[in-house]
Ligand binder design. Structure first.
Ligand code: GAR
Length: 209
């Protein structure tokens, strides 16, 4: 972190931005000692950008290039330079639906976190709530983890469980998981901002409030 300054977050997302809102609200009431330095999206119409602008936070759409599941090289460079220019200390992925690769990971090594809507390592990848329902598990949840070169595979910072109910649909289950996400993610980001998270190999020791 740049000395003498508040912990600066770069938030990346592709969707409606409810996790971003949970984090921004927690910052606003002093629960996370940090500031949102930049919000970036690969989707021009992402609700997250709108939420950021409503809060007068810097927010930009940066086109992702031609691939569907990752950023192309030019886009990757544009994302990294925007985040470096904004002097971001940590990257918070909040529903960013592209896998980050090489130069991006190197630029922010060990300083990227993500939230995933299942109890990892179960159900990595897309629509994890639907995977859980289709598999028939009775308990699922959400996971906040460090990002490494794999898909949803980095060291786990925190998890919260959610029961799967007999009459759940993919939508009702995802809604209930999101309620848990909005509790868990701000608590994990607060622990990071307070310097209360340390990584020992795959094991993360943290004081999540
Ligand atoms: C969240 O449920 C998040 O866990 C999921 O996308 C949703 C974004 O919602 N992320 C992934 O599936 C990443 N693999 P939001 O835009 O309302 O925060």
């Amino acid at each position: 972190m740049s000395s003498g300054e508040t912990f600066r977050l770069g938030v990346l997302g592709s969707g409606k931005g409810s996790n971003f809102v949970a984090i921004a609200d927690a910052i606003a009431v002093g629960k996370i000692p940090a500031q949102v330095a930049l919000v970036l999206s690969d989707a021009e119409k992402a609700g997250m950008l709108e939420h950021a602008r409503t809060r007068t936070l810097p927010a930009r759409f940066i086109p992702p290039g031609n691939f569907r599941t990752k950023l192309d090289e030019d886009a990757e460079r544009a994302y990294v330079s925007a985040l470096l220019e904004a002097r971001v200390d940590w990257i918070v992925l909040a529903g960013f639906m592209r896998v980050l690769k090489g130069d991006f990971l190197r630029a922010f090594e060990g300083r990227i976190v993500n939230i995933h809507p299942s109890l990892l390592p179960s159900f990595p990848g897309l629509e994890a709530w639907k995977q859980a329902l289709d598999h028939g598990v009775k308990v699922t949840g959400c996971t906040v983890h460090f990002v490494d070169a794999g898909v949803d595979s980095g060291p786990i910072i925190g998890q919260q469980t959610v029961p799967v109910l007999d009459d759940d649909t993919p939508e009702t289950l995802h809604q209930r998981i999101q309620v848990a996400e909005h509790e868990l993610y701000p608590r994990c980001v607060a622990a990071l901002a307070r310097g209360e998270v340390s990584v020992q190999g795959r094991r993360v020791v943290s004081r999540i409030g």
